[in-house]
Design a protein around this ligand. Structure first.
Ligand SMILES: [Zn+2]
Length: 441
């Protein structure tokens, strides 16, 4: 057993436990057995040092480095516990029965409730807050009580992601040779979805979702006026709303800048801009959705906006971080190498929670990427789950790793960097690792 650092750099060997210490930790934290006070104190000292110095305990009971179980020290109401949050200990390991990180979680570390769900195109319009109309009771979005659910995804975000998902723009199939799109082709794919999906009887989404963000105020007014007076069915109790979808390279919490050949258009939504997983836009290239409504004084305004970083305009797959972008680069590189050996790789970035069953219980997981590998000869396919692990937030990484058992039911799970928590030795380490693993499947 060894102590490794949580950060700067993650996974570095801090020190190896002595045989006495390993025995003490195994007895006290795993078997719940205290043979002597000295042994208890020795185990406590190890756990306290893990908290003081930001360390994880890596167990060597599994043969391979990738499967190495990781443990963290938690302080719960004044008692320190060793909690196994990643990988499972071997059944012969004294820590096999140590506490699993299963606070409020579903089987295999999954979430009990889905945090991110596809939107129902028939019932997503925001409620009318003006109170002038009688509203029909509908399903309210209950806040999940699930501790590890990521912050609940707002409806505006789910609308954008549902459209991207329906347009299959969260896929790269195959990753090599790549079908590159222009920005307009990507928007056209979303536009096609808005023509085929309906928000009310006889009313396609294309009547309220637009792709012309350069419109001036008088045209926005006219558009809202038409929605208010066209006499067509509008869902009861829902505010007259329309949307714009665009790409932007400049996003902050205050504003979104859209630039075309006629220059920049700046949007300053009343409710500010939500950006997926970050405070200020520093990932360039974003999908953006803007929401328009009348404000209290009757002016048509941009009320709300949501921005989600994308991999690249040629393949506008939504990404949650720059690390995920790097993982995609590695997958594409490996896909190129494998292509010459007759393999075909398809990448899917799941945008919504996936139901899994572990030990006959249901839960939800959201892997970073899923790959479908078609083997040479096209007679066989294999599913892989890819998790980008290089995050700097320890709690987040622990929660994520804890879900891996649930995710493994969807396919063989691989991590980037491959021997996480150790950092990758070279920049192409994950591409090489993926190549090696796939050719040996
Ligand atoms: Zn172990």
């Amino acid at each position: 057993m060894r102590l490794v650092t949580k950060k700067a750099p993650r996974g570095r060997l801090f020190r190896e436990l002595s045989a006495e210490e390993a025995l003490a930790v195994g007895n006290v934290c795993g078997q719940g057995r205290v043979d002597s006070l000295a042994e208890k104190q020795m185990a406590e000292a190890v756990l306290r040092s893990m908290r003081d110095q930001d360390l994880w305990l890596a167990c060597d009971c599994k043969g391979s480095v990738e499967e190495r179980p990781l443990n963290t020290a938690r302080n719960l109401d004044g008692s320190i516990f060793l909690v196994n949050f990643s990988g499972e200990h071997h059944s012969d390991c004294p820590l096999h029965r140590s506490k699993r990180d299963d606070d409020n979680t579903g089987p295999g570390g999954s979430r009990r409730n889905a945090g991110a769900m596809r939107i129902d195109f028939r019932s997503f319009l925001p409620r009318d807050d003006h109170g002038a109309r009688i509203s029909v009771p509908t399903n309210t979005d209950n806040q999940g009580t699930d501790k590890i659910s990521r912050r609940r995804v707002p409806a505006l975000a789910r609308l954008l992601l549902s459209l991207i998902d329906a347009a299959e723009l969260n896929r790269i199939n195959p990753v090599s040779p790549q079908t590159k799109r222009t920005k307009n082709q990507a928007l056209d794919a979303v536009k096609l979805v808005t023509e085929m999906e309906y928000f009310a009887q006889g009313r396609p989404l294309s009547e309220i979702i637009f792709f012309d963000p350069w419109l001036k105020q008088n045209r926005l007014d006219a558009r809202m006026h038409e929605l208010e007076t066209d006499g067509k069915a509008w869902p009861a109790g829902r505010a007259r709303t329309f949307y714009q979808i665009l790409f932007s390279e400049q996003v902050t919490q205050e504003e979104v800048v859209f630039t075309n050949q006629y220059g920049p258009t700046v949007f300053r939504p009343e409710k500010r801009v939500s950006i997926n997983g970050e405070i200020d836009g520093h990932r360039e290239k974003y999908w953006v959705i803007l929401m328009y409504q009348r404000n209290d004084t009757g002016t048509v305004v941009c009320r709300d906006a949501y921005a989600h970083a994308l991999y690249d305009y040629a393949c506008p797959v939504p990404v949650d971080s720059n690390l995920e972008r790097a993982t995609i680069v590695s997958i594409i590189t490996a896909g190129k190498w494998l292509q010459s050996s007759g393999y075909e790789i398809a990448l899917n970035k799941p945008l919504f929670d996936i139901k899994v069953t572990v030990d006959r219980e249901e839960g939800f997981v959201l892997p970073d990427f899923m790959l479908t590998v078609t083997h040479p000869g096209r007679m066989r396919t294999t599913e892989l789950v890819i998790e980008t692990m290089g995050y700097t937030n320890d709690d987040y990484v622990e929660r994520k790793a804890n879900q891996h058992e649930g995710m493994s039911t969807l396919g063989r799970l691989l991590k980037d960097p491959p021997y996480w928590p150790e950092p990758a030795a070279k920049s192409d380490a994950f591409a090489r690792y993926l190549y090696g693993r796939i050719t040996h499947l």
